[in-house]
Design a protein around this ligand. Structure first.
Ligand code: GLY
Length: 475
């Protein structure tokens, strides 16, 4: 008997490698023939080859994505959104509201990263222990600069100057600044603060010390299905030095949590996020939350897990190890999210390590290490084939996900300005997965791309374990 696979149309709103990983997960479906309609930020070589229809919308603006979805509305069964900008701008409200296509991402109201102040106030209501000491400075409450400066300095006195300064709105002013990283004097704090304050409210909070982990979940509006924890490597350079980036790499251990965490930390995290979810969900269910991954950056401190931030979209790169190790058919998972009956997913108990290769200007690398950049390679095509061919050697335990790259007319592939290509290795241990990923990274040539060399290294992980044990001893 011939088994005829059901045909399904999926709209993917794509920013970079995170959505390439989604495209890969859909393409690997064993139960459905998936027609992909990809609204992409660039001519991503991976997505272009796999999409039935591919459109480039560099700004990912809602109106343009809506027009693309409208054109194919009779063939699209559901949509999924990776990046935050269209979620904050109400992509689900517009597409679901006008075309009736179910979308996997929350409605605009729950784009929780839209306001850091609202986040802190929500946590204060449901789980105050996850908040550092914080104070909101709202321009509406001040009539003179000297008043706000006076209040800021009084607050700095109380916190001993060790603060993080966070604008309420994403990417407003100069963004998040942290004592010891972005400023070392009160005058520098003030300058950073004022650059943000002229744009809107600013939070000044106690800088918290610890080790970071990323929590994510699948959510159907009724159930929260926690996914294994992953680590993000935010800083540009080895040893967690240099400016913050979108994330230079990630790892996942075989189990549900990371080597520097305890089972109790993991249980606490789940209870905290469950409380946030319960508060937003209300009595029974709230389909408007459907697709919200509750991607929470936790800091593990001497006092237990605290929250740095919460997002309405999955982490890039933190969701990639999860998607690659998902044992359930991703299309089915999406249908269960839409139907509100996702109570469980199966994740392969393997370790995974992912590393980004990025262009010379990214993270200020070329300015910090000009002698390490091969200038003659800048702007040359990037060759991915050798890395891709490692899939045979490693029985598919390696994935190559182009992100900020475009394929041009002559079929050559070029890196653009952001994180260019992500290599994920899978193995029976973190070190085995890392060695696969690093081999993939080493054979990607061209474009003068560079990468961190210490993602998930034994030394880096041991340092995190040691750091946590010192913090716990002094708790
Ligand atoms: N890896 C950080 C982020 O996705 O925001």
């Amino acid at each position: 008997m011939v088994n005829i696979m059901e045909r399904v149309g999926v709209l993917v709103v794509s920013y970079g490698s995170r959505e390439t990983a989604m495209v890969d997960a859909f393409t690997r479906s064993q139960e459905y023939l998936v027609d992909l309609y990809v609204a992409d930020r660039q001519r991503n070589p991976f997505n272009v080859k796999r999409a039935r229809e591919h459109v480039v919308i560099p700004t990912l603006d809602v109106e343009a994505i809506f027009k693309f979805a409208e054109k194919h509305k009779d063939k699209i069964d559901f949509g999924i959104v990776g990046p935050e900008k269209p979620i904050i701008e109400g992509i689900r409200d517009v597409i679901e509201g006008n075309l009736g296509i179910p979308m996997i991402c929350p409605i605009k109201k729950y784009a929780i990263e839209g306001s850091k102040v609202a986040q802190r106030l929500l946590f204060q209501e449901v789980a105050p222990e996850v908040n550092p000491r914080f104070k909101i400075f709202d321009p509406k409450n001040y009539s003179s600069l000297s008043d706000v400066k006076g209040d800021l300095f009084t607050w700095l006195d109380e916190l001993g100057n060790k603060v993080a300064v966070k604008p309420d709105a994403p990417a407003a002013g100069k963004g998040v600044g942290v004592w010891g990283d972005h400023f070392n004097t009160r005058e520098e704090v003030l300058a950073h603060f004022l650059a943000n304050f002229k744009e809107g409210p600013v939070i000044v909070e106690e800088k918290i010390e610890g080790e970071e982990s990323s929590f994510q979940a699948f959510c159907d509006g009724k159930h929260l299905v926690p996914l294994p924890e992953t680590r993000d490597y935010k800083r540009a350079f080895d040893g967690d030095k240099g400016p913050n980036t979108g994330g230079m790499g990630t790892y996942k251990d075989r189990g549900n949590y990371l080597p520097f965490m305890s089972l109790e930390d993991w249980e606490k995290e789940k209870r905290i996020v469950e409380k946030i979810f319960e508060r937003l969900k209300g009595e029974s269910c709230n389909p408007e939350l459907r697709g919200m991954p509750f991607y929470v950056a936790f800091m593990h401190t001497s006092k237990g897990p605290m929250i740095l931030e919460n997002n309405s979209r999955p982490g890039d790169p933190e969701i990639m190890p999860i998607l690659a190790l998902l044992e359930d058919d991703f299309v089915d998972v999406c249908f269960r999210i839409i139907d509100g009956n996702l109570t469980h997913v199966n994740i392969d108990k393997k370790a995974a390590v992912g590393v980004y290769k990025v262009p010379p200007k990214y993270g200020g690398y070329i300015d910090a290490f000009p002698h390490l950049v091969n200038k003659s390679e800048i702007g040359t095509p990037v060759v991915l084939e050798e890395a891709e061919s490692l899939a045979n050697k490693y029985c598919d335990n390696i994935r190559i996900y182009p992100g900020s790259m475009e394929i041009r007319e002559d079929n050559k592939v070029f890196a653009l300005s952001s994180r260019a290509v992500f290599v994920l290795g899978i193995g029976d241990s973190i070190q085995e997965a890392r060695s696969v990923a690093m081999e993939g990274i080493s054979v990607i040539k061209g474009g003068a791309l560079w990468n961190r060399t210490d993602i998930a290294s034994k030394e880096h992980i041991e340092k995190s374990i040691m750091h946590m044990s010192i913090l716990r001893k002094h708790a």
